[in-house]
Design a protein around this ligand. Sequence first.
Ligand code: ATP
Ligand code: MG
Ligand code: MG
Ligand code: MG
Length: 566
Amino acid sequence: MLASKLYCPTLREIPAEAEIASHQYMLKAGMIRKNGGGLYSFLPLGRRVELKIEAIVREEMDGIGAQEIMMPIMQPAEIWHESGRWNAYGPEMFKLEDRHGNHFCLGPTHEELITTLVRNELRSYKQLPVTLWQMQNKYRDEIRPRFGLMRSREFVMKDAYSFDVDAEGLHKSYQDEYDAYTRIFTRCGLNFKPVEADSGQIGGSHTHEFMALAEAGEAEVVSCPKCEYAADIEKAEPAALAMAAEDAKDMELIETPGCSTIEELAAFMKIPVEKTIKAVAFTIDGEKTVLCMVRGDHEVNDVAVQNFVGGNAIEPATEDELKAHGLQPGYMSPIGADTPDNETFFVLVDPTAMNVPNGVTGANKAGYHYQNVNPDRDFKNVTVATIRMMVEGDACPHCGAPVHIMRGIEVGQVFELGTKYSESLHATFLDQDGKAKPFYMGCYGIGVTRTIAAAIEQFHDDKGIMWPVAIAPYEVVILPLNMKDEELAGYAQDLYQQFMAVSSDVVLDDRKERAGVKFNDADLIGYPVQVVIGKDTKNNGTVEIKVRRTGEKEVVAKEQALTRVQ
Ligand code: ATP
Ligand code: MG
Ligand code: MG
Ligand code: MG
């Protein structure tokens, strides 16, 4: 590529709205442009990086025998009604209606679509196991799209779905994807960690997140330096509490008299609100002890709700009844439902203490909402407690050693779904014994565009990006420092042709710009290798090879440049 022809509108100033390095540099280096909240265009350099990640993903999926397909982005509402997620998914789903009044969504994920796609045609155990995947735009109406590609409303996801005859088969398919993810992120050059995670809204039990470790990450990871333990902080804390929930009487609940808001509770406990979990333990009909927890800072994406079960004495509320209480249907969805005043989760606990419309409660499942709840009558022994999230130095739940807390960017996640979707969507196969059985399913996602941002967060300095070679937009830039010098320009052209004969992953900066401008742009865009053609090339026949990441420089004869770089 010739830099004079490259569409790469670099910026002098970083736009004010860009807070983190990846967002700033992608705008500044002319790789992306914003078209609306959480909506971006990829310009040539950004697109090349994305395609390189896609190619790595594709090779690794081919390697484990997963087969690429393409499903529609727009999905009919019916299949989401069938699975029970049309409302439960919450306000993150973009919904639309056609001219005939039929409802659709823009796929935030594709469990429903794939399950209904195969349910009448994948019929026999002989066809299993099978894993199908696609690379596609996903749509999520994030409550706060921010940080550029990190949390956008349209983004590229690789999503795979496995179908097996039994749990054992599923474990193997899961492990294959897990191992492929490890290879993918290693090849992309990321510094990452797979961590135990919470299955949240999607359902299922066994799940890991792949976290790229970086200060700009929105997630927190608990990591034990002594044993293997590594978990999303939201998994780590509820895990500890869930054990206590086995017998609420043995739980260390703290009485917090006079505290009716999470802020008051946090002040009472002398801890920051964002480090709190709202928790309530109660006994239904004198029998069942239930514990519910939610992170205290109202971060809808940070919500963890576990083990919350509605009572059985009360009629479920309808959507309209919920609305009458000022609640959105599906407001308990851990991924993002909301009351109008953002007080979603207070509803769960003690309605009188929590300053919300009295008498509605619910589980994190559609159809499990109840109205006319009377806390004294229906839930006994209500105790509100604030329990802090794990912090640096807390005891590891496995070995007791002091843990580290690190920030991470979730670049991928693998789930064992089990039969949740195959049962609700009636997707069965005929087993060896001639009986119809539901598929054991797994689903596996990678945030392809988020991975670009994660790589920049990990590899940049104050001049710009320092790409891992495998995903750099171009691997090499040739920098003739003076294009007006015809002899130098000729050397540069020769060298460029030599490189091009081997690989087109090279840029010749043939612009008639000053040397300083060329160096700055090369450092900003972050080509891993710079080949400098200057006076010494004319005087001694040498070129300077500079490695962007390390700053190492080496002078070699110009005839050796190509072999040296390779
Ligand atoms: P998060 O916790 O960051 O909201 P998620 O758990 O909701 O992500 P998944 O449903 O697990 O996301 O989707 C698979 C992958 O898609 C994620 O691991 C992440 O890399 C990517 N992803 C999810 N939401 C976004 C987004 N808004 N913008 C860019 N990538 C995203
Ligand atoms: Mg999310
Ligand atoms: Mg997540
Ligand atoms: Mg996830």
